[in-house]
Write a protein that binds this ligand. Structure first.
Ligand code: GMH
Ligand code: CA
Length: 160
């Protein structure tokens, strides 16, 4: 290698070192942002993040808002996820909708993405389809599920 080659190598080494420093700064900032974000409005469970805006909407609006944000209405798939959601509804003292309905077939609760539910935490004697008008699911502050009317307004929690 001539002198030109080695000065190019030095330039490249410097560029890589600067990029590594910038990457580290970006990672530190992002990790700090994520901690603050989850502390204030969300919960992280495994690879999922649940987020609320603290406001209440009917199911159709909730579904549209989560979709527009690139997420889905929260659907707990296990006890850990259900507990994380329970903590959010308890903090806000407002029941939330789950992304689960029996709108398609009465009595068969499915995820908004399709497929019959694989985990549930129904309150005793629920779902009861009270007044024949309960196709959505709400999460109570005790973590239990109740079928309820989709036109009720419930706390918005999306998952990402
Ligand atoms: C009926 C009764 C209550 C129950 C509600 C609830 C409505 O009013 O069976 O005990 O809590 O329905 O399921 O969604
Ligand atoms: Ca009910």
């Amino acid at each position: 290698k001539g002198e030109k080659g080695s000065s190019e190598d030095n330039g490249m080494q410097l560029a890589v070192r600067l990029m590594n420093e910038q990457l580290r700064t970006l990672q530190d900032n992002f990790n700090k942002f994520k901690k603050i974000f989850i502390f204030s409005i969300g919960k992280e469970v495994g690879r999922k993040i649940f987020v609320t805006n603290g406001l209440e909407y009917d199911y159709e609006t909730a579904s549209r808002m989560c979709s527009r944000a690139g997420g889905l209405v929260a659907s707990p798939k296990n006890a850990d996820e259900n507990l994380a959601l329970q903590e959010i509804v308890s903090k806000h003292d407002k029941r939330s909708f789950l992304g689960i309905t029996d709108l398609h077939t009465e009595g068969t609760f499915k995820y908004s993405t399709g497929g019959t539910i694989t985990y549930s935490n129904w309150h005793s004697n629920e779902p009861n389809n009270d007044k024949g008008n309960e196709d959505c699911v709400e999460l109570n502050t005790d973590g239990k599920w109740n079928d309820t009317s989709c036109t009720n307004k419930k706390l918005l929690i999306c998952e990402f």
